[in-house]
Design a protein around this ligand. Structure first.
Ligand code: FPP
Length: 243
C-alpha cells in the first residue's frame, strides 16, 4: 500500500447543503431548490455506484430540521415519500440497496410504509448501499447504540459501539454549500474521515464535482496516528487500527 490513499473511499457521506440559497439566487421558492436537490441526489447516487463506491450515506433531514416552517417540513416529507416511490424501481435495476437511518417515530404511517417497501424491494442490491439519514442526529445515534449495548448486557467498548451504530465508519465526508461544520451528522463515524468542503450549492453538485472530491481523497495521506515515515517504511497489508 502506498503512502497516498490511492484507492477510492469505500464509504462516502454527504451533507447536502445549499438548496435554499440555490432557489433564492434564482428568485424561486425554496421548494424548487429541494426538488432540484433531489435530482442532484439521483445523479450522485448513479455516479457513485458506477465509480465503485461501496456505501453512500446522505443527510436528508436532521433532527433539528423540524424547526423549519411547517410548510417546508411537509414538503420535504412529501418529496421523501414520493421520491422513494418513483425511484425504487431504478435502484433495483442499478443494484443499489437502500436503507433509511434515523429516528422513525415522527414519520407518518404512509411514509413508514413506503420506507419499508423500498427497503424490501432493494434488499438484494449488491452494487452499493445507499443510506438516507432522515430525522437523524449524530448524538442520537451514539446514545441509541449505547442503550442497545446496555440492554444486551454487552460491555461498552469502542468496538461494540462502532458495531451498534446505524452506519459504519466513513472514509470521505463531503459537505456542499460552503459551511465548514459537521452539523451533528455522523460524529463517531467521522473520527478518521477526510473531510471535503465544497463551495458549490447542492443542486449544482454533479458527477464531475463528485469525481473531483474522490480525486482529492486519493491524494490524502491517511496516517491513522502514525508518522509519514512509518507509512513509507511499512508495507501495510491492511489499514492499521485507528489509534
Ligand atoms: C439543505 O439545504 C438541504 C436539506 C435540509 C434537505 C436535503 C434534501 C434534498 C437534497 C432533497 C430531498 C431529498 C430527500 C431524500 C427528501 P438548505 O435548505 O439548508 O439550504 P440553505 O442552507 O441554502 O438554506
Amino acid at each position: 500500500m502506498s503512502r497516498m490513499s490511492s484507492h477510492l473511499p469505500r464509504h462516502v457521506a454527504v451533507i447536502m447543503d445549499g438548496n435554499g440559497r440555490w432557489a433564492k439566487a434564482r428568485l424561486l421558492p425554496r421548494a424548487q431548490g429541494h426538488r432540484k436537490g433531489l435530482e442532484s441526489l439521483h445523479e450522485i447516487v448513479e455516479a457513485a455506484a458506477e465509480l465503485g463506491v461501496e456505501a453512500l450515506t446522505v443527510f436528508a433531514f436532521s433532527s433539528e430540521n423540524w424547526r423549519r416552517p411547517e410548510r417546508e417540513v411537509r414538503l420535504l416529507m412529501e418529496l421523501f415519500a414520493s421520491g422513494l416511490e418513483k425511484w425504487t424501481p431504478q435502484l433495483v435495476d442499478a443494484g443499489v440497496r437502500i436503507r433509511i437511518v434515523g429516528d422513525r417515530s415522527r414519520f407518518s404511517e404512509s411514509l413508514l410504509r413506503q420506507i419499508e417497501a423500498s427497503e424490501t424491494a432493494t434488499k438484494a442490491g449488491t452494487a452499493m448501499t445507499l443510506s438516507i439519514a432522515a430525522n437523524y442526529g449524530g448524538r442520537w445515534d451514539i446514545v441509541e447504540a449505547a442503550k442497545q449495548l446496555l440492554a444486551q448486557g454487552r460491555p461498552l467498548t469502542e468496538e461494540h459501539l462502532t458495531e451498534a451504530l446505524s452506519v459504519s465508519d466513513v472514509d470521505l465526508m463531503i459537505r456542499t454549500g460552503g459551511e465548514c461544520r459537521l452539523s451533528n451528522f455522523m460524529l463517531w463515524q467521522t473520527s478518521y474521515a477526510e473531510i471535503f468542503f465544497s463551495d458549490k450549492l447542492w443542486p449544482d453538485f454533479d458527477r464531475e464535482a463528485l469525481k473531483e472530491a474522490l480525486t482529492w481523497y486519493t491524494q490524502r495521506e491517511r496516517r491513522f496516528g502514525r508518522t509519514s515515515e512509518q507509512l513509507s517504511h511499512t508495507e501495510r497489508k491492511t489499514e492499521p487500527k485507528p489509534n
